[in-house]
Design a protein around this ligand. Structure first.
Ligand SMILES: C[S@@+](CC[C@H](N)C(=O)[O-])C[C@H]1O[C@@H](n2cnc3c(N)ncnc32)[C@H](O)[C@@H]1O
Length: 382
């Protein structure tokens, strides 16, 4: 298949899955061929399969398939192995929903945070005009390769090397497009956007996977918007935290365990569809990471871990689910009783009538950020 055929096939699949609803993006995908931004050797991380190495010379077919797979991120930089990626060419089925949420049009000035390979900067150039796009990347080597890719693809946005959290360029920008996950939005990005402008970013609170969010900037200097869908990205460097630190580091650092039992199936906390519960948890049980680990044998047994996201030394809790049991064993250690908080939060969400994801929103003000339900005057949690 030639390149145009591959791009059309990818666009068709994005349209069929609902990840691209505006067909005018198809022409943009043709103007910015994704393969120009993919290194010859990398790791493909498909949505529905294991991560694998791709090599254009050794297996050209596999390489081309991965590069035009709508659900595959191509990992281009790792920090100690493919399980710890630090830069990537994001998956098209993640990039397109964010671009549609951003809704850029000709002549708008856009700040792209996390240049990575340069693909999203080029897509924005193709949509708004290249003299309107500024992209910032923290890693010098990644930024150097992005400049080469963009040059090869024929685009010339302004490229900056620096920490976007602290050194974002002066605006005003009409739009800020963020391609790394953030738990707390740096307020500087709101200041860089003009009133009526917007910031689109993956909001990744500690509790759950993450969300697509569009915040609209108001004249009073706040930014406000609703959670629009789920999304997971690699984190803004200064907010990486302890997402991949092993559970045993918490249990070794804080002992003095209090044991009890619960009748609530702990799996419900992470296995309730729709995203609304996890959003509520992010607000009601703040600063807590949740992992559900299944037994390696097919027994159906599972352990829910709740870990204070500040890292080992923080509070932790575990709940062991065993099929057929009436009560499950709970262990809690540290200053916070994390299971007690999570169990109370679960029933609070049920009492609210199981609100779905789209009823939750975020407001970012100069001194704080808060999650709300239905209306900013109804904050969720402290
Ligand atoms: C998922 S990749 C970006 C994908 C990219 N937009 C593309 O199209 O290929 C995230 C990027 O954000 C960068 N990054 C992380 N923290 C950053 C920060 N504080 N400022 C600027 N860039 C940052 C990483 O180095 C990484 O290259």
């Amino acid at each position: 298949m030639d390149v145009d055929g591959r791009i059309d096939a990818m666009a068709d699949r994005l349209a069929a899955s609902g990840d691209m609803t505006d067909d005018s993006w198809r022409a943009v995908l043709h103007r910015v061929p994704r393969h120009v931004f993919a290194p010859e050797v990398a790791w493909a991380s498909p949505y529905d399969g294991p991560r694998r190495e791709i090599d254009l010379r050794k297996d050209p077919d596999g390489w081309w398939r991965a590069v035009y797979d709508p659900g595959a991120a191509i990992i281009t930089q790792v920090d100690g192995g493919p399980s710890a990626p630090t830069s990537s060419l994001s998956a098209p089925n993640v990039v397109l929903p964010f671009l549609e949420l951003l809704h850029p049009f000709g002549g708008q000035r856009v700040l792209d945070v996390g240049t990575g390979t340069g693909w999203t900067a080029a897509l924005l150039c193709a949509r708004t005009g290249e003299h309107h796009v500024t992209s910032i990347e923290i890693d010098e080597e990644v930024a150097r390769r992005a400049a080469e890719n963009l040059d090869k693809a024929g685009f010339g946005p302004e490229l900056l090397v620096g920490d976007a959290a602290t050194d974002a360029p002066e605006g005003p920008f009409d739009l800020v497009h963020v391609t790394c996950g953030v738990t707390t939005l740096p307020y500087g990005w709101v200041e860089r956007a003009r009133p009526g402008g917007a910031i689109v970013f993956p909001w990744m609170p500690d509790f759950s996977y993450g969300y697509q969010v569009r915040l609209d900037v108001l004249p009073d200097g706040t930014a406000i918007g609703r959670l629009a869908g789920s999304a997971g990205y690699m984190m803004l460097r200064s907010q990486r935290g302890h997402r991949t630190t092993r559970t045993r580091e918490w249990t070794q650092a804080v002992t003095g365990v209090a044991s009890s039992t619960t009748r609530l199936d702990p799996r419900l906390l992470l296995h309730t569809p729709g995203g609304g519960l996890e959003a509520a948890m992010a607000g009601l049980v703040p600063g807590v990471r949740a992992d559900l680990c299944f037994d390696t044998e097919p027994t159906g047994e599972a352990t829910l871990w709740l870990l204070e996201a500040s890292g080992p030394g923080g509070s932790w809790a575990s709940v062991d689910f065993v099929p057929g049991k009436v009560e499950f064993t709970v262990e809690q250690a540290g200053a916070r009783r994390l299971w007690d908080e999570a169990e109370a939060a679960y029933f609070e969400w049920l009492r609210w009538g199981r609100p779905p994801l789209g009823r939750f929103g975020l407001t970012v003000a100069p001194d704080r950020q808060w999650l709300w339900l239905d209306d900013p005057v109804r904050p969720v949690g402290r």
